[in-house]
Design a protein around this ligand. Structure first.
Ligand code: PLP
Length: 366
């Protein structure tokens, strides 16, 4: 059996380091907003290439904090329009609607599955106030032409970097490209904690200042509350685990890229579309997506061959029950992806033999 993502095996590599870190925290007796969190914030900001990193509770909170901080700064207002990819995990859209902002969905590119530079540029109009770029599946969706147009028009670029820690665009990490970025360290992400965790990165001093208060009850000094805040903090144990795993992120991503390259070269089937990748440094393969007209029978076939797969995502955001108000909208590419996408195992623990088995299993589909 080849599991989709054996987190126990991935994390077992760090067992002794994690045990030592937990012991350190146990001795210190300080569990929230302490040394580990500050050290992780420093190290992650340096890795991503930004002035600031603020740890928080999870990836959704990181997105919510960014939009809410822009509202507190008086830069975004109720009802403002934000471009959001139609093909994404629902958190991207929820952070917008929970802040009383108005999502304008953008159909992705049928080759990259991303709403990237080209798609966003085509969707920008005089009412656009912000663009949420989602580096979906681990692939960069930022581009210089988009940045130029947004700067000219005063549009904010926010990155959802939940799936792309370590991906590069012209030598710079995703998460450092726009005005602010949200990161998720959900256990299954490329940099995963052992519980919920997230962070915001930015070079904007004012924004960082607001978020530093906002995520801790609107307070920078104990019992002094300058703004209406929430509780979304990164705890010491998760921060310590992330510090350990951050050191190996690049080598784990390189292994994912090698596996993906082998899958793309090896899979040859008239009914199956493999991703088209122009630049492997821009993609860290959080997810390896295949498209197939008969996705569900392919999934069954692979399960019979002992290969576990997943679907990202079976229902487009605008077709979700909770978003009835968007149900009449039409995003044909996002809808087609929701019917045809199937994700293969693509992680650092796969052996050469596993990769060969996956390729043969896909190629033998009838
Ligand atoms: C995982 C994910 C999130 C949310 O992260 P959590 O830590 O689970 O809250 C947001 N956006 C995308 C694209 C994700 O994949």
């Amino acid at each position: 059996m080849i599991p989709y993502l054996p987190l126990n095996e991935i994390n077992a590599q760090y067992e002794s380091d994690i045990e030592a870190a937990v012991k350190r925290i146990l001795c210190r007796g300080w569990y929230i907003l302490g040394e580990e969190c500050s050290a992780f914030e420093r190290e992650y900001a340096q890795y991503i290439g930004t002035q600031h990193c603020i740890g928080c509770g999870n990836g959704y909170d990181a997105l919510w904090l960014i939009f809410n901080a822009y509202k507190q700064l008086g830069i975004l207002h109720d009802g403002d329009k934000v471009l959001v990819p139609a093909n994404t995990f629902i958190a991207s859209a929820l952070a917008v609607t929970h802040n009383n902002l108005c999502p304008v969905f953008v159909d992705p590119c049928p080759q990259s599955y991303l709403a990237g530079e080209k798609e966003m540029l085509a969707a920008i109009d005089d009412e656009t106030k912000a663009v949420l770029l989602v580096h979906l599946y681990g692939q960069n969706s930022f581009g210089d032409n988009l940045a130029q147009e947004c700067q000219k028009r005063g549009i904010i670029i926010i990155e959802d970097n939940a799936q792309a820690q370590g991906a590069l665009y012209r030598g710079a990490h995703t998460g450092s490209l726009g005005d602010a970025a949200a990161h998720s360290f959900y256990p299954g992400k490329n940099l995963g904690a052992m519980g919920d965790a997230g962070a915001v990165t930015t070079n904007n001093n004012e924004l960082a200042d607001v978020i530093k208060a906002l995520h801790n009850y609107g307070s920078k000094r104990k019992y002094v509350h300058e703004s209406i805040g929430v509780n979304s903090r990164l705890d010491e144990i998760q921060a310590a685990i992330l510090r350990i795993k951050l050191r190996n992120l690049d080598s784990e991503n390189r292994r994912r890229q090698e596996v993906a390259q082998r899958l793309i070269a090896g899979i040859e089937h008239p009914l199956v579309q493999t991703p088209i990748i122009n630049d492997y440094s821009q993609h860290v393969f959080h997810i390896f997506p295949l498209l197939c007209n008969s996705r569900d029978t392919l999934k069954e076939h692979l399960a019979k061959k002992g290969i576990e797969t997943q679907i990202h995502y079976p229902t487009a955001v605008h077709r979700q029950e909770c978003y009835k108000q968007y149900a009449t909208l039409s995003y044909p590419i996002a809808e087609r992806l929701s019917q045809q996408e199937i994700s293969l195992p693509c992680h650092p623990q796969l052996s050469e033999k596993d990769v060969q088995m996956i390729i043969e299993a896909v190629n033998s589909y009838q």
